[in-house]
Design a protein around this ligand. Structure first.
Ligand code: NAD
Length: 276
């Protein structure tokens, strides 16, 4: 079996921990990289306990030194990186408006925490752009050096639905993920002569701990935004993290050896549906 060394950033989190376990089950050696040491180690322990090979590695995707230290540890313990999954990402409340649309009387609303477009804070916008875009670029600079000129190497970025058409309320996160999709295409072209394929997943809506309170009520029924999403998703349901596995294994395998620069929606039809 072709055992690759796979580095996944943000792999202590919901989606990429699932991808780490699935890639380990294919026999690959896994570096579970995350800012949170315990979260990374927990996933690595789970993989090792079920017969796979994994190490938990702490690193900050926004600090090149930290990534270089992580790379040394990974190279020493597992070997050179063959596959990089750039999974660390997320949004920030200071880059998010309270309402989808601006109404005239919003400007005089003094409710604590109420935010219109005019209240958006550059710190929240910068946080979101840095985490999603710089947090994809820096790990690529560090780990793709291992891949140059070797065969069977690839990078998988994690974009989002909102990269195709922005979602209401989250201009920073939508713009940052659009940058990730654009960068995926740029990098695919740039790396095309040195044997590194670069693709991305664009997950639709997955019910995770981060968005559960936004999408469901305490009795399990949907919030208005949760209902809106389900109404706009032809398959009529949220995704499960496991729904990303098939596309990930395909894009990281020889089965996709002539596929580079694509952003694949895994969204139950959300991006295909006009709403009518
Ligand atoms: P998550 O919050 O569960 O996981 C993200 C992980 O990244 C966390 O473990 C966190 O500790 C880690 N992280 C954060 N900042 C970091 C940093 N600076 N350095 C290293 N690690 C850092 O999120 P998730 O839902 O699993 O999302 C994974 C990816 O998928 C993200 O890029 C997210 O934007 C994207 N995505 C998620 C959804 C969804 O519905 N959950 C939809 C579309 C796209």
């Amino acid at each position: 079996m072709d055992r690759k060394v796979v580095v996944l950033t943000g792999a202590g989190g919901v989606l990429c921990s699932t991808l780490a376990v699935a890639l380990a089950a294919q026999g690959h050696k896994i570096a579970v990289l995350d800012l949170k040491k315990e979260a990374a180690q927990k996933v690595a322990n789970e993989i090792n306990a079920s017969g796979g090979t994994a190490i938990g590695v702490v690193a900050n995707v926004l600090e090149k030194d930290s990534l270089e230290t992580a790379k040394k540890e990974i190279n020493d313990q597992l070997g050179p990186c063959d596959i990089l999954v750039n999974g660390a990402g997320g949004n920030h409340p200071l880059g998010t408006t309270s309402n989808p649309y601006l109404e005239e009387n919003d400007l005089s609303d003094t409710t604590e925490g109420f935010k219109t477009f005019f209240d958006l804070d550059t710190s929240g916008i910068q946080f979101t752009f840095n985490l999603n875009f710089i947090g994809t670029l820096l790990p690529t600079q560090v780990f793709a050096l291992d891949m140059v000129g070797r065969s069977g190497c690839s990078i998988l970025n994690i974009s989002s639905m909102n990269a195709f058409t922005p979602l209401t309320k989250i201009p920073a996160y939508s713009g940052a993920k659009a940058a990730v999709s654009n960068f995926t295409q740029w990098l695919a072209v740039h790396f095309s002569k040195v044997g590194i394929r670069v693709n991305a997943l664009a997950p639709g809506f997955f019910l995770t701990d981060q968005n559960r309170a936004l999408l469901t009520q305490s009795d399990g029924s949907l919030t208005p935004r949760g209902n809106q999403i389900i109404d706009q998703t032809p398959m009529g349901k949220f995704g499960k993290p496991e729904d990303l596995i098939g596309t990930t294994l395909w894009l990281c395998s020889e089965g996709a050896s002539f596929v580079t620069g694509v952003v694949v929606p895994v969204d139950g039809g959300f991006s295909a549906y006009s709403g009518v």
